[in-house]
Write a protein that binds this ligand. Structure first.
Ligand code: T46
Length: 137
């Protein structure tokens, strides 16, 4: 990958006979302060989400139920990560093209985001993304 980052985040997990609890705190588990959360669910198995990059947004994606795949493209190479564990998140730094697919039945993707929603932050055209990554006009 280039100089911008992705990486696995391990949340803290408390497992008891009465059930399990995971948590994440800024500084210890999360590299940013969370300004927004959203979650994606009811995704038909054949559907895809994402297919865009963010100029400034950082996010952590967590499969809090079920599983899905995320293809990450930093403009140089692609990597596919499978998420299926509620105590594991995928940190995605700015300027990564992401595509979510292969959702299992009842999958829920929880997203912790560093910024409030702003459409201007999105790059929704792959050609524009590649041009910005490779510094061409
Ligand atoms: C990402 C992947 C993993 C809002 O109004 N506020 C929000 O916070 C969000 C996330 C979306 N929206 C609206 C914008 C669209 O009209 O909800 C609609 C669906 O959004 P979008 O097509 O961007 O959804 P996905 O699942 O393709 O992408 C989302 C996030 O937008 C994106 O940041 O990384 O999930």
């Amino acid at each position: 990958m280039g100089d911008v980052k992705i990486g696995q985040i391990r949340l803290a997990k408390v497992e008891e006979d009465r059930g399990s609890l995971c948590y994440a705190e800024e500084g210890t588990h999360l590299p940013f302060l969370v300004k927004r959360i959203y979650y994606i669910y009811n995704v038909p198995t054949e559907s895809e989400r994402g297919a865009h990059a963010h100029r400034n947004l950082e996010q952590v994606l967590i499969a809090v139920n079920g599983s899905f795949d995320i293809e990450i493209d930093d403009g140089y190479r692609k990597e596919t990560i499978h998420l299926n564990e509620p105590s594991v998140g995928l940190y995605i730094g700015k300027m990564h093209w992401r595509r979510l697919f292969n959702f299992s039945e009842s999958a829920i993707c929880l997203v912790l985001a560093s910024l409030i929603y702003e459409e201007k932050d999105y790059i929704r055209n792959y050609y524009d993304f590649a041009r910005e990554m490779h510094g061409k006009n």
